[in-house]
Design a protein around this ligand. Structure first.
Ligand code: N2P
Length: 368
């Protein structure tokens, strides 16, 4: 018996001894959960070639899906990409992320202090998140089809394209789509109504939901990523979308040579500003590999290649010299100050407001 106990203790000792160095070095694996259409084709291969770390890569197209996985816990992910507000803000408060060990992120020095300052609204002292890509949410449209269907001289610069029933009635046949999230649709509807798009009054919420409900019968679908290909192929003619995704639609249309021309606007009434970041879940199995990955991503050569592919601005100052000139000067990707000044973050809300928003959104979607 004593002998058996001794053997067990030796075995335990050996397993602790053998596990310790493995934990310090971590197995060469990284589990990444990112938005779809949000990376360059060779980014992951380059990371693996350089570090020997194999990347398991999954994608999503809504903050709500990511939030549900994080809240459930044990997601298995090492790096995720929440939008600053309200999602990152709420998740940081809920203790869902590890602090970033900046000593492991030497490329931090290239980050734009102006972006860090905005991100700090969601993540005080920038303790848990590193900025990835930035864009507004706007409208993409098939220039020829939309112009042919609307009265001559109609200005294509406003959220009315998405919410005015008189306009929607004319566009219905060629396909209009909404993003599938109330944190994008309702603020846009409030901006259309001339109300404060960051309002958290329940009356304003009801007004936004009423506008969205009136638009619902004219929509082809509500979805947060399908519109990229559909717009590029001419299968829809007007989409509420993340501007970088609309840029990808515009590029795909050009590449396909199908004579589809895509226009993109950040509506004049103002638009949601998306600052997406990289963060490490509190229970990430490979947090050290995650830090290596984050530092790699914000290297100027790497992040500029991502911007050049996906049409989203990045927050790395020395990367600007490597961004293609037509992207750097594109007013919907790097908007001028006057446009930027009208962009806003969606603020975190009380649980009561959130419940009301979710209920209102389900009503809009189901048409009930
Ligand atoms: C990537 C969409 C990310 C935009 N396809 C969310 N701000």
């Amino acid at each position: 018996m004593r002998f058996r106990i001794a053997i067990c203790l030796i075995a335990l000792g050996l397993s602790i001894w053998s596990a310790a160095p493995a934990r310090a070095a971590e197995e060469k694996v990284l589990n990444v959960y990112n938005w779809s259409d949000y990376i360059a084709p060779d980014t992951l291969q380059k990371f693996t070639a350089e570090t020997g770390i194999k990347v398991n890569y999954d994608v999503y197209d809504s903050n709500e899906v990511l939030a549900a996985k994080l809240q459930a816990g044990d997601s298995g992910y090492d790096v995720v990409f929440p939008s600053a507000s309200p999602f990152l803000a709420q998740q940081v408060k809920a203790g869902l992320y590890r602090e970033i060990d900046r000593s492991q992120i030497p490329n931090w020095s290239g980050l734009d202090p102006a972006v860090l300052k905005i991100l700090a609204v969601a993540d005080p002292s920038n303790a848990h998140a590193v900025p990835y890509m930035i864009s507004a949410t706007g409208i993409g449209f098939n220039i020829d089809k939309v112009k042919a269907l609307l009265p001559p001289g109609t200005k294509l610069d406003s959220w009315s394209l998405l919410f005015d029933p008189a306009i929607l009635a004319k566009l219905k046949g060629c396909g209009v789509t909404f993003l599938d999230t109330p944190t994008e649709v309702f603020p846009a509807a409030l901006a259309y109504l001339g109300k404060d798009p960051t309002s958290q009054s329940l009356d304003d919420l009801a007004a936004a939901a009423a506008v969205a409900s009136k638009a619902r019968p004219y929509l082809k679908y509500i979805h947060s990523s399908k519109y990229i290909n559909d717009l590029a192929n001419g299968d829809i003619c007007l989409a509420h979308g993340f501007v970088g995704d609309l840029v990808q639609a515009r590029n795909r249309a050009k590449e396909a040579g199908k004579d589809v021309h895509i226009g993109i606007i950040i509506p004049r009434e103002g638009a949601v500003l998306g600052i997406d970041s990289m963060a490490i879940p509190i229970d990430a199995p490979h947090p050290n590999n995650a830090l290596k990955f984050i530092n790699f991503i914000i290297r100027p050569e790497i992040v500029s290649a991502i911007t050049n592919t996906v049409g989203y601005a990045n927050a790395v100052i020395p990367a600007r010299a490597l961004v293609k000139p037509d992207i750097l000067t594109d007013p919907v990707i790097y908007p001028p100050e006057a446009v930027r000044a009208k962009e806003f973050l969606v603020p975190p809300a009380s649980p009561q407001y959130e419940r009301a928003r979710t209920r209102a959104w389900i009503k809009v979607k189901t048409g009930l």
